[in-house]
Design a protein around this ligand. Structure first.
Ligand code: AMP
Length: 528
C-alpha cells in the first residue's frame, strides 16, 4: 500500500521527497563535513568519513554473507556503535532492518522474525544484565543467520561474530528511494508490535524537517538517551536529523542521570529527547548533581503526555528550553515551536511539522468536531504510512478508505492549531454504560500534591461491567481513596468518574520505550 500517484507527485514537487536513498544521503552528509565527529559511543569516536566508509564495509560484509537487497534483518541492538553500523550498512545494501527495542524478549522477537520472514537476527551477546545469546538460541531456527555483537568469546557454532561481517566496499545495486528502507515497530501498549514500512524518501524528510524545527546545526551535539531503535531518538530529529545538519550524535547506554549527566558534561550535549517519566527523574537528579549541564539548550519530551505542571518545571530545573513532541512511528510528528509562547509549550503537544500534513479530528461517527472538542485524530501526509507491512486485514480498519491513518489518539485542537492529547480511544473505561476517560481522571489525580504519578485502568466487575481503578505512586505519605475522590469531586469530575479502587505502588510498570504499560498494570492489580 502506497501513496496515490497524484499525492506522490505533489510531495515530490514540494520538495519533501527528493529521490535520495538513506545511504546516498549519509554519503552527501559525509562529503560535506568529512572530518567532523559524527558519532561518539563509549570511548570510540567516528568522523563522518570514517562512519561512511564503515557503512560501506558493513553493506559489503552483509552481502558477502548472503543478505540480499529486500531481505529483512531483525536488529535487536542497544545504543552501541554496532547499531549504527548495521543500520547504515543494511540500508545501503537495500536490506530492511526491523528495529526491535532492547527490552523486547522472545515473544516479540520470534513474532518479528516470523512475520517479517527475516533472513538474519542481530543481537549483542549480553547487555544490561540480560543474556541475549540465550534469546538468540531460542529464535535461531526462525532465521538463516544469527549475528552477535561482542564481546564474543565462546561464541556457539551457530552464531557469527558481527566484527567479521566486514568486506572491501563494492558496487551494490541502488535501492529505490520510494521503496521501504526500514521497518519500525508500532508502539501500542497492547498486543504484539506491527511493522511500519518507512521509505527512504519519507524517512529522510521526517528527519530533515524535525531537525530544522529543533534548531539543530553543525555545532549541535545530540544525546540519544532513549533506545535509538525508536523513531523519536532515531529520526525525530534524533540521530538522522542531527547528521542531516552535520552535528554529532552521542549514544547513551542507558537513559538515567548516572549515565547521561556525565556524557552531557563531557561532550557538551546541546539536544536530547526523553519520555515524561525520565524527564521527571532528570529534573529531580539535576537538583543534586555536581555535573555541569549548562550546554543543554533543548529537551524534547514526548512519547506520552507530560503533565502541564511538570512541563513548567523543565526550564527552571534543567536550564534548557522545552519542546513538546507528539508523534508516532507511523508518521505524523507534532512539535511545539522554539518561538512559541510559554503557555503553548507548557500545555499543548504542538502542531504538525509539515504544511501538507492533513489532520482531521472526528467523532465516533466520523464527523469532524469543532476546535476545542475531543475526537479521534486522523492523519495523512508525506511521511505517514498508508498501510502496515503485510497486514491487509488490519489495514482495512486502521485506515479510512481515502487513506487517513486512524491514530487511536483522542485530541482536541486549539484555535491556534496546536493539538492537546486527551487520551486513547481504547483507554476508555465503560462503567455501567458511562464512558470514563482514563486520561481525564489521571490528570485530576496528578494535580493532587501527594500524587507523583497516576495511571487509571479498568477492573472487571459483575455489577458495573468495569470499575475505575487508580494506580498511584505517592511522592510522600499516601492519602486515602476517600480524600482523592473528594479532591476530584472538588475539581468538577462527575461522580461516576471517581475511582472506586486505589492501588498504591512503588513504581508504575513501563513499556519498552518508557510509557505506562497498562496491560501489565491491570494484570498486576488483578492479581492482588
Ligand atoms: P510510538 O509509535 O511508539 O512513538 O507511539 C506513538 C503513540 O504514542 C501515539 O499514537 C500516542 O498515543 C503516544 N504519544 C506520543 N507522543 C505523545 C505525547 N506527547 N503525548 C501523548 N501521547 C503521545
Amino acid at each position: 500500500m502506497t501513496w496515490p500517484e497524484e499525492l506522490a507527485e505533489r510531495y515530490r514537487r514540494e520538495g519533501y521527497w527528493r529521490g535520495l536513498t538513506l545511504g546516498e544521503a549519509f554519503r552527501d552528509w559525509a562529503r560535506a563535513r568529512p572530518a567532523a565527529t559524527a558519532l561518539v559511543a563509549g570511548a570510540r569516536r567516528w568522523t563522518y568519513a570514517e562512519l561512511d566508509h564503515a557503512a560501506d564495509r558493513m553493506a559489503a560484509g552483509l552481502a558477502a554473507r548472503g543478505i540480499e537487497p529486500g531481505d529483512r534483518i531483525v536488529v535487536h541492538l542497544p545504543n552501541t556503535a554496532e547499531f549504527v553500523l548495521v543500520l547504515l550498512g543494511a540500508v545501503r545494501l537495500g536490506a530492511l532492518p526491523i528495529l526491535a527495542l532492547p527490552a523486547h524478549r522472545s515473544a516479540e522477537i520470534v513474532h518479528l522474525c516470523r512475520h517479517g520472514e527475516a533472513a538474519a537476527y542481530v543481537a549483542p551477546a549480553s547487555f544490561g544484565g540480560f543474556d541475549y545469546l540465550a534469546l538468540a538460541d531460542q529464535v535461531r531456527s526462525e532465521v538463516r543467520q544469527v549475528l552477535v555483537a561482542g564481546p564474543t568469546e565462546d561464541l556457539p557454532s551457530w552464531a557469527v561474530d558481527l566484527a567479521e561481517v566486514d568486506a572491501e566496499p563494492r558496487d551494490l545495486p541502488r535501492p529505490d528511494p520510494g521503496a521501504p528502507a526500514l521497518l519500525l515497530l508500532s508502539g501500542g501498549t497492547t498486543g504484539l508490535p506491527k511493522l511500519i514500512p518507512r521509505t527512504h524518501d519519507d524517512y529522510l524528510y521526517n528527519a530533515r524537517v524535525s531537525a530544522q524545527l529543533t534548531g539543530l546545526g553543525p555545532h549541535s551535539v545530540y544525546l540519544a538517551s532513549l533506545p535509538v531503535a525508536h523513531n523519536f531518538p532515531l529520526a525525530s530529529p534524533g540521530a538522522l536529523g542531527t547528521w542531516s545538519e552535520g552535528g554529532t550524535v552521542v549514544l547513551a547506554r542507558s537513559p538515567g542521570p548516572p549515565e547521561t549527566f556525565p556524557l552531557i558534561e563531557r561532550e557538551g550535549v546541546t539536544h536530547t529527547a526523553l519520555v515524561p517519566a525520565l524527564a521527571l527523574l532528570w529534573m529531580e537528579a539535576a537538583a543534586y548533581t555536581r555535573r555541569d549541564l549548562s550546554s543543554l539548550t533543548l529537551l524534547q519530551v514526548g512519547g506520552s503526555r507530560i503533565k502541564d505542571e511538570d512541563a513548567r518545571r523543565v526550564t527552571p530545573a534543567l536550564g534548557c528550553a522545552l519542546q513538546q513532541a507528539f508523534g508516532m512511528a507511523e508518521g505524523l510528528i507534532c512539535f511545539t515551536r522554539l518561538d512559541d509562547p510559554e503557555h503553548i509549550v507548557h500545555t499543548t503537544q504542538g502542531s504538525p511539522v509539515c504544511p501538507d500534513d492533513e489532520i482531521r479530528v472526528v467523532s465516533p461517527d466520523g464527523a469532524d468536531v469543532p476546535d476545542g472538542e475531543v475526537g479521534e485524530l486522523l492523519v495523512r501526509g508525506p511521511y505517514t504510512i498508508r498501510g502496515y507491512y503485510r497486514a491487509a486485514e488490519h489495514n482495512a480498519t486502521a485506515f479510512t478508505t481515502d487513506g487517513f491513518y486512524r491514530t487511536g489518539d483522542l485530541v482536541s485542537r486549539t484555535p491556534s492549531g496546536q493539538l492537546v492529547v486527551q487520551g486513547r480511544v481504547k483507554d476508555t473505561i465503560i462503567r455501567a454504560g458511562e464512558n470514563v476517560s482514563a486520561e481525564e481522571v489521571e490528570a485530576g489525580l496528578c494535580a493532587h500534591p501527594a500524587v507523583r504519578e497516576a495511571a487509571v485502568v479498568s477492573l472487571t466487575d459483575p455489577a458495573m461491567g468495569e470499575l475505575v481503578c487508580a494506580a498511584v505512586v505517592f511522592g510522600g505519605p499516601p492519602v486515602e481513596l476517600s480524600e482523592l475522590r473528594d479532591f476530584l469531586r472538588h475539581r468538577g469530575l462527575a461522580e461516576f468518574k471517581l475511582p472506586e479502587r486505589l492501588a498504591v505502588l512503588g513504581e508504575l510498570p513501563l513499556t519498552a520505550i518508557g510509557k505506562y504499560d497498562k496491560k501489565r498494570l491491570q494484570a498486576r492489580i488483578g492479581q492482588d
